[in-house]
Design a protein around this ligand. Structure first.
Ligand SMILES: Nc1nc2c(c(=O)[nH]1)N[C@H]1C(S)=C(S)[C@@H](COP(=O)(O)OP(=O)(O)OC[C@H]3O[C@@H](n4cnc5c(=O)[nH]c(N)nc54)[C@H](O)[C@@H]3O)O[C@H]1N2
Ligand SMILES: Nc1nc2c(c(=O)[nH]1)N[C@H]1C(S)=C(S)[C@@H](COP(=O)(O)OP(=O)(O)OC[C@H]3O[C@@H](n4cnc5c(=O)[nH]c(N)nc54)[C@H](O)[C@@H]3O)O[C@H]1N2
Ligand code: SF4
Ligand SMILES: [Mo]
Length: 709
């Protein structure tokens, strides 16, 4: 018996967007196979291999749900009833409290087309300034730093293949061996060719395990480390003077600041031995080409932008961006983390990475949309402020969430849950009853990744096509169709004709034309023929831009900018009451809030419950034994987690992954008030915590509950 046709598509999860083939076996079950695409060369991680299980997940939503009274239960409803109620709720909120009282929260997992439609929906169907998205929790610091230093925010300004040829690589606060496993083949190849590989992380992660040098810094000391490395580069004559003179401005002040960061002093701040700092600086400064990569470790901090700029300063001083196989880059996270920030779902942006407060940009987009420029709202609240403004006091009375599970992934979730409960209207569009959907007044079931067509822009800036493999199950709609249906009910239907993804992409191309993120020359046909196209790509004849910075930068004068940044302390440091650093992040088997990955049986079996990683020496001083359930508390709240001994973590640090809801949610602990002043990213990577033993009876109750769940 021949199997039905296979579809070439891409993974539902992270920004590597591995190529995969989806097909159905003779029993009708969907299966995934790795596909030879330039990013993954056939490889997939465990999440990718098991992704097809999402399509037949038994608790998949297939009907809208509505809640008749606050505190009551959700019940199934028809589409017309659900959409009518949403439209009525929006009208009531906006009539009583103004247009901005209805807000939208999007996600970096949305395709380019959906991100574009969501931004357009907010600005012309709702007329609200308040739309933002979960990317503010993710690469916002790197984006802001990239724009300041280079004039443009393209996560990696080079294709992945460049990694293999780099003479030396430094990854700061990234753990790709768990967060993008197939990417490791490029780093493996780099080491095989004799390149040096350095990792800076408070934990000896599976990535750090493979490094020549592991710089095990204290959380929150990234800028000090980067400036300390620069100090040695200057002191030992490793500066690329020619590059600095020809292609940059502002080095002198940065050099002067670096003079005060001598290795012994930096050792005292970071805990990294001075000798290792000197070795790392020489490896980077003496290499024929050096690549500096940052990820969420240094970026999700109160000083996330400065940390990233300090790293960029180092990259510029050694001339990294001017050489093949070199440069600074950010490992972007979500499937469409890059494209999701280009098409207008950010509070301050319009499509094409245009600025919403720039009159020329407003006029350009208004012309594409067929509305008056004055009718477009101005800049709205950014994600953290938006979530901080929920409720009668803050003024945001209604929230429409599309592709985020904020009650698990946003900071200070106990506070957030309280605020969400005071909303007049919470609408969530999702394929599953996530923790956030479970709190909604109305839940709309949507198609999943393999059930609709669209484009994604991966971590390299490569625009790819995520092709549809199957129809969604009966009862389920799509994000695009929902926006059209709601726009119709709100009197803006003519602007949302509910077209195919390719037609929406055509509009997006026109809207992006002339912008920083110019997609005008990219088409579905070209994506298929060329294994994706790199933006900017202004015309059909343009080859796309793999390496935008090799010859020039996107600033007015074409030069990169050094920034005079210093080390600054995190908002909270360990003290007597809260003696540990607490940091948070990811494990291989789960994705983000876990709304998807916890529903995949193999992934659940691999990591069934929330835990806290602790060094055994630290645990013993508290009489905590391996695998017992403990309490971890911060000034925000208390989480209940299983202790997991690890010799790979600093003695003064705890690590909690954020993939679970309930009382095991890491974000009960994190803070919503320590934000970077520029990127407004929350300080997910550092706060002060205490750890206490629980009464045996309580611990075993929780343990039983979790292991039988
Ligand atoms: N398995 C898996 N893969 C994923 C995801 C997932 O949820 N699960 N999510 C995707 C997304 S959206 C993202 S953004 C990426 C994130 O990818 P990564 O940035 O690689 O992941 P994280 O685990 O958040 O953080 C990386 C490392 O930062 C370290 N760290 C903590 N505090 C500090 C600090 O102060 N300084 C430094 N230098 N390091 C510190 C942590 O120990 C951790 O090892 O992963 C993507 N891929
Ligand atoms: N403590 C701590 N917290 C963190 C982080 C950290 O390192 N530490 N990292 C932060 C980072 S980098 C990120 S990116 C965020 C991510 O956090 P979230 O925004 O919560 O990310 P997901 O869990 O991917 O949530 C996506 C939700 O949308 C649904 N979904 C997926 N695709 C679609 C779609 O196309 N349409 C619709 N309507 N729904 C869809 C999924 O089922 C899921 O419920 O978490 C942040 N939170
Ligand atoms: S690395 Fe990312 S894109 Fe690739 S299979 Fe794993 S989750 Fe999917
Ligand atoms: Mo992310």
């Amino acid at each position: 018996m021949s199997s039905p046709a296979a579809t070439e598509t891409h993974c539902p999860y992270c920004a590597l967007q591995c190529g995969m083939t989806l097909s159905q076996d003779i029993d009708g079950r969907w299966a995934v196979a790795g596909r030879d695409f330039p990013t993954n060369k056939g490889g997939l991680c465990r999440k990718g291999w098991t992704a097809a299980a999402l399509l037949d997940a038994p608790d998949r939503l297939t009907t809208p749900l509505v809640r008749d009274v606050k505190g009551g239960a959700l019940r199934p409803a028809g589409w017309d009833e659900a959409l009518d109620r949403i439209a009525a709720g929006i009208r009531a909120i906006q009539a009583a409290h103004g247009r901005d009282a209805m807000a939208v929260f999007g996600g970096g997992g949305l395709t380019n087309e959906k991100a574009y439609l969501l931004g357009k929906f907010a600005r012309i169907a709702l007329g609200t300034a308040n739309i933002d998205y979960n990317g503010r929790f993710c690469m916002a610091s790197a984006a802001a730093a990239g724009i300041r230093a280079f004039g443009i925010d393209r996560g990696l300004p080079f294709p992945l293949e460049d990694i293999a040829g780099a003479g030396a690589i430094l990854i700061v606060g990234g753990n790709p061996a768990e967060t993008m496993p197939p990417i490791m083949q490029y780093f493996d190849e780099q080491r095989r060719r004799g390149g040096h590989f350095i990792v800076a992380d408070p934990r000896r992660t599976p990535t750090a395990d493979q490094a020549d040098l592991h710089l095990q810094l204290a959380p929150g000391t990234d800028a000090a480390l980067a400036i300390g490395l620069l100090h040695v580069v200057v002191r030992d004559n490793l500066v690329d003077r020619d590059f600095v003179a020809r292609r940059t401005t502002g080095f002198e002040e940065v050099r002067r600041i670096a003079m005060a960061y001598w290795p012994d002093r930096v050792e005292r701040i970071t805990g990294v031995p001075a000798a290792l700092i000197e070795r790392a600086a020489h490896m980077l400064g003496e290499a024929a080409s050096a690549m500096l990569l940052s990820a969420r470790g240094p970026e999700q901090q109160r000083h996330g932008v400065d940390n990233t700029l300090a790293l960029i300063n180092l990259a510029l001083a050694i001339g990294a961006p001017g050489r093949p196989h070199g440069g600074w880059g950010c490992l972007t996270g979500q499937g469409n983390g890059q494209g999701g920030r280009e098409h207008g779902q950010k509070a301050d942006q319009l499509p094409g990475y245009r600025k919403i407060d720039n009159p020329k940009h407003r006029a350009e987009i208004a012309a594409i949309w067929g509305v008056a420029p004055d009718s477009l709202p101005g800049p709205g609240l950014s994600a953290s402020e938006l979530l901080g403004a929920l409720g009668p006091e803050g003024g945001v009375r209604g929230l429409f969430v599309m592709a985020s599970n904020i009650l698990v992934s946003a900071p200070d979730t106990d506070r957030l849950r309280g605020a969400v409960d005071t909303l007049d209207l919470l609408v969530v569009a999702d394929a599953f009853l996530s923790e956030t959907a479970a709190a909604a007044d109305i839940v709309l079931p949507v198609a999943q990744w393999a059930e609709e067509d669209g484009t994604m822009t991966n971590l390299e800036g490569r625009v790819i096509r995520r092709a549809k493999a199957k129809d969604p199950p009966p009862g389920v709609s799509t994000d695009g169709a929902i926006l059209s249906a709601l726009a119709g009910r709100l009197g803006a239907g003519a602007h949302f004709p509910g077209e195919t993804a390719e037609q929406t992409f055509a509009e997006l191309r026109r809207a992006s034309a002339g912008g920083v993120a110019d997609y005008a020359g990219i088409s579905f046909a070209r994506i298929a023929a060329e294994d994706g196209v790199f933006w900017p790509c202004p015309t059909a004849e343009h080859p796309g831009t793999q390496r935008p910075f090799l010859e020039t930068f996107a600033t007015d004068d074409g030069r990169a900018r050094f920034h005079a940044v210093r080390h600054g302390e995190p908002a909270e440091l360990p003290d007597e009451a809260y003696p540990f650093y607490l940091t948070t992040g990811r494990v291989l088997a789960h994705y983000q809030s876990g709304a998807q990955s916890r529903r995949v049986p193999e992934l659940h079996a691999a990591q069934p419950e929330p835990f806290v990683e602790i060094h055994p020496e630290a645990a013993r001083t508290l009489a905590i034994v391996d695998a017992e359930i403990v309490r971890v508390s911060t000034r925000r709240g208390t989480a209940e987690l299983r202790a997991r001994y690890s010799h790979a973590i600093r003695m003064d640090t705890l690590f909690v992954p954020f993939h679970w809801g309930g009382r095991g949610n890491a974000n009960i602990l994190t803070s919503n008030s320590a934000l970077d002043p520029v990127s407004r990213i929350p300080e997910f990577k550092i706060c002060a915590a205490q750890l206490t033993k629980m009464a045996a009876a309580d611990a075993s109750d929780i343990s039983r509950e979790r292991t039988t769940a």
